[in-house]
Design a protein around this ligand. Structure first.
Ligand code: URA
Length: 248
């Protein structure tokens, strides 16, 4: 693959822009043999992208054929590309993640499902359509665990109802929590395997309580990394992707 094509595939702009970055000396490649970085000025250079480490304007990147990332979503940002009232989560991502070309689909990494503006925590981003489907389809049973802070103390009746199933206003079929554990007087861990609109808030309201704070901390068997601060993102490793896909 030509260097300019590799940069294009990673979201550094159209090929003309990528070629310009290389010719101006802004692109460095890591030479595994010497262990040194070197500026590369030939935009047509043939590179093997797998495992390639490169720097653009001093920032280091690794090649990702398909992108899988995690964002620790802060409160006060919307998951939409065109937010209505708050800034978009996409404003927290560097431009290459938003510009990665995507055949036949929208550009860049996309949020894997959505969290409300005031919900915090684990949000995945990807440009792999199959992965997005696997993580969001209710048929795949990927568990999402939410830490729910409730306005009123949580009682056993509420927990039993959440596990047995509650009817929400848009669907006569009851929706159930896959698990529901009391953390303290006003706090629950609620596990869902589907993602209806405002599902946690509506389920908790249906049992006579009210959500005051919502934080997603686990998907599959993957926990929000403790060292990822609110507003920060990073790529996911292959091991982390395996944990995410786990359904038990
Ligand atoms: N359920 C909700 O009510 N809100 C979210 O953001 C996620 C799940």
């Amino acid at each position: 693959m030509q260097l300019q094509d590799m940069l294009y595939s990673q979201g550094f702009g159209v090929r003309r822009v990528c070629s310009g970055l290389v010719q101006q000396g802004w692109v460095e490649l890591f030479d595994e043999e010497t262990g040194q970085w070197r500026a590369e000025r030939d935009s047509l250079l043939d590179v093997d992208p797998e495992g390639l480490r490169f720097r653009v304007q001093g920032v280091e990147w690794a090649y990702h054929r398909l992108g899988y990332a995690i964002l620790n979503k802060p409160a006060g940002v919307e998951c939409s590309q065109k937010p209505s009232a708050y800034p978009s989560i996409y404003s927290l991502l560097p431009a290459p993640l938003r510009q990665r070309p995507n055949k036949g689909a929208v550009q860049g990494l996309q949020a894997v499902g959505r969290l409300d503006q005031d919900t915090t925590g684990l949000l995945l981003l990807s440009d792999d359509g199959q992965f997005i489907h696997r993580m969001t389809s209710p048929k795949k049973h990927v568990a999402k665990v939410y830490r729910v802070t409730c306005r009123h103390p949580v009682d056993e009746r509420q927990i039993a109802q959440l596990c047995a199933g509650v009817v929400l206003d848009d669907d006569p079929r009851p929706v159930k929590a896959a698990a529901c554990a009391k953390v303290d007087e006003n706090t629950l861990d609620l596990t869902l395997t589907e993602g209806k609109y405002h599902q946690v808030k509506r389920m908790v309201a249906a049992v006579g309580n009210r959500v005051e704070g919502l934080h997603r901390w686990r998907m599959g068997r993957f926990d929000l990394p403790a060292d990822l601060q609110p507003g920060q993102w990073r790529w996911l490793s292959a091991d982390e992707l395996r944990l995410l896909a786990a359904t038990s």
